[in-house]
Design a protein around this ligand. Structure first.
Ligand code: C6P
Length: 421
């Protein structure tokens, strides 16, 4: 894999997205009149580099045993690969130990696990959970359900016009009744990066725990759970070059030990009697049944790939490209961008005057440009923005200015087409 533009020392070399593209077979696909695919739906899921495809293929071809069970060679190899992946991913997010790292099927399962294992066990009537108006349904509905069952209340901190969190309102809502602050690190609609370290410190100051939705940050920003002082943090592998169906919940060991299991069955028990059972040590207590072994191995390879590229370099590239995209899209008459936070990731949601967001996405697709449209799994935010849906382009490390130019051309063509008809 060669991803650097020159022979300068690694720390000062810029990422070369054109070179990086060669690692992603899907990006070779040709659509629409011999145009190469321009993939701008990275907030939904990313493409996979050969290193990840190879790692999962090798597991299935050579080491397809189950983990933590049999003594035969394939089972031992599978266990070794699975646990080695856990170790590398733990290091990637600065987790103090692998005991604090639960493999899940994705960010969504992570939040549900905490909602079942912690909230349903520890919340009392009148307690509050504080979220923000920019949460994805995954970091919202599980708290709604847990609160309804426990007689607790979900409070929603509003956003400001530029798409940043209203810190004054957040501080006002952060009363001693709040037992959990559940906040997204980066918004999948507005691109806003929240000051999570400060929000976590504020939560801790009133005795609440803090959970971070890192689904849109782990792929794009350097992340350190210890520096953030997060109590819980969850993300998905498929949005960071890894396979679908695998994700991670990080939680403080003491919390995982105190929590109830989420799913029960094989692998998560210590002893089973006729009338009750006891639980395995963490993190196995939360990994019932056969896990997504190939997924974990693939995510380990994705993390290695991101580290080889350098997360600072990825961040820098995306910041430059986002600035370029905002400028180019901002120049289009009749296009309105939602979210103007100064600290942001490369997620750009917009509305095109007089054209339904789904038609925009469909039109772009016909030119070989993949973007997403819809409520973006954030209906409370859509209500706040007073729109039924939005179109969204989201960037990643293999995107470059030529991709943004193709998007702009597609949008200009869409405007001509829909305004003529
Ligand atoms: N957002 C998007 O197109 P899962 O589906 O479990 O991998 O991730 C859920 C999730 C949680 N939080 C945030 C901030 C997210 O963006 C997502 C997934 C995708 O925006 C699919 S709706």
């Amino acid at each position: 894999m060669s991803v650097l533009t020159s022979k300068e020392p690694a720390e000062i070399q810029a990422l070369s997205p054109q070179t990086v593209r060669a690692d992603f077979p899907a990006l070779d696909r040709i659509f629409a009149d011999q145009q190469r695919l321009v993939y701008l739906d990275n907030a939904a899921t990313t493409q996979k580099p050969r290193a990840v495809l190879e790692a999962t293929r090798r597991y299935y071809e050579e080491s397809a045993g189950n983990v933590h069970r049999a003594v035969h060679r394939l089972a031992a190899e599978a266990t070794e690969l699975y646990e080695a992946a856990r170790q590398r991913i733990a290091k990637f997010i600065g987790a103090p130990s692998t005991r604090s790292m639960v493999f899940t099927h994705g960010a969504t399962e992570g939040f549900n696990l905490v909602a079942y294992g912690w909230a349903r066990k520890f919340l009392k009537a009148g307690d509050e959970i504080l979220v923000t108006e920019m949460e994805h349904h995954s970091n919202f509905v599980p708290w709604q359900r847990a609160a309804q069952e426990r007689g607790a209340v979900v409070r929603i901190a509003p956003i400001l016009e530029d798409g940043t969190l209203d810190r004054v309102a957040f501080a006002r809502l952060l009363t001693p009744r709040v037992k959990l602050v559940a906040v997204t690190h980066a918004s999948n609609v507005l691109g806003t990066v929240n000051p999570v370290a400060e929000l976590i410190a504020a939560a801790h100051a009133i005795g609440a725990l803090a959970l971070v939705d890192a689904a849109q940050s782990a792929p794009h920003l350097p992340l350190d759970v210890r520096a953030l002082d997060a109590d819980f943090l969850a993300f998905s592998g498929h949005k960071m070059l890894g396979p679908t169906g695998i994700g991670v919940l990080y939680a403080r060991e003491t919390l995982l030990e105190a929590m109830d299991p989420f799913l029960t069955g094989g692998e998560m028990i210590s002893k089973v009697f006729d009338d009750h059972a006891t639980w395995a040590d963490i993190p196995q207590k939360f990994e019932a049944g056969t896990p997504h072994i190939a997924g974990a191995i693939g995510l380990g390879a994705a993390v290695d790939y991101l580290e080889r590229l350098g997360r600072e370099r990825v961040r820098q590239h995306e910041q430059q490209l986002t600035a370029y995209a905002l400028e180019r899209l901002g120049d289009l008459p009749g296009l309105r961008i939602f979210g103007r936070a100064p600290e942001r990731v490369g997620v750009i949601s917009f509305a095109l005057d007089g054209v339904h967001p789904h038609d925009v996405a469909q039109f772009c697709d016909q030119t070989g440009v993949a973007i997403r449209a819809g409520h973006l799994c954030a209906q409370p935010l859509m209500h706040r923005l007073d729109v039924p849906a939005l179109s969204r382009a989201s960037l990643y490390l293999y995107n470059a200015t030529d991709d943004v130019d193709r998007l702009v051309e597609a949008l200009q063509a869409a405007q001509r087409f829909f305004h003529a008809t």
